[in-house]
Ligand binder design. Sequence first.
Ligand code: NDP
Length: 339
Amino acid sequence: KDFNYPKTQKAIIIEQTGGPEVLKYADIAAPSLKELKPSEVIVKIKYSGINLIETYFRKGIYPVPLPYTLGREASGKIVATGSNVSEFNLNDYVVFLKPGSFCQYVKVDTSTDKVINIGAEVSDEILKQYTASMLQGLTALAFVEEAYPVKKGDYILNYAAAGGVGSILNQLLKLKGAHTIAVASTEEKLKIAVENGAEFTILNDDPDFVNKIKSLTPGNAGTECIFDSIGKETFENSLAIVKRKGTIISYGNASGPVEPLSINRLSAKNVKIARPQLFAYITTPEEFEYYTSKLFKLISEKQISINIFDVFNLKDYSEATKLMEARKTTGKLVLEVPQ
Ligand code: NDP
């Protein structure tokens, strides 16, 4: 009743698919206070994480109804609660995964959405770190535990190894005792990959890419697993590098989607391929709780760190994504919403 809740808010939206030029910093309706369901809260967003997946929605690789508000992870303060919300109070800070987070206010359903209450007393730095870790950290964690349960001594190829997911993968692979071969597009990025635990490095455009990587593995046999987020450009090399009975985890489309393939091609080496996505690993409340508590523990115990490349104002998302798409970023990019 007593606070100045707006009718409209600023958001990053697309009304058509295309390049960064279709991005708009526009006014959209703020979630309605009157229509708040008993289990819902309204969160005033402070930080929102940037992920490469936003570019797939914008380009139309993953079709969505338009107009569409980008963003899928954020944190902020609860400014309104429904009549039957338990375990969440006004002024508590929450971190959540939900589409449509590049804006100022989001309605979150505490009974069904992927949301974590981190209490009323939290430093800005911790809030930023948790926000920055959610999507990419949970992805990396679920992948090394479930997509391919990484074993001590495994040789693993990690593409885009200085990127958001890639940097966390390096650290988790190191914790698991694997030998990581990091791929990136510059020497500077490879240096970052080594700082994050990679044992070997190779530039993505090395003319002898396949043979050099195989030569790093025992008996030139190839790697037990490949975490491939590049997609179209790298798939054939991944198939050539993977060891007999090995696994390819194809989890992204940075260069475009992988071309359709005949599954008979897998039989020469008895290769397994998975094309996982995070949300199917954190579907139930128990799964979400398992992975988030494990991730936050790894961060708070400083077993892994989230490398934040830069923090941009919400209105400058276009500038941030242009840098990301030009492969000029490392680690995590975060948006800050002026309060
Ligand atoms: P990154 O921070 O890793 O940024 C993308 C990186 O990909 C670039 O820095 C670049 O690294 C590399 N890259 C290679 N080719 C291209 C290209 N043609 N255009 C742009 N970048 C390219 O992003 P994220 O950490 O957000 O995501 C990493 C990958 O993981 C993405 O493919 C994303 O879609 C995927 N992902 C999948 C999830 C799932 O559930 N399946 C969940 C989260 C992310 P370099 O210059 O070193 O080559």
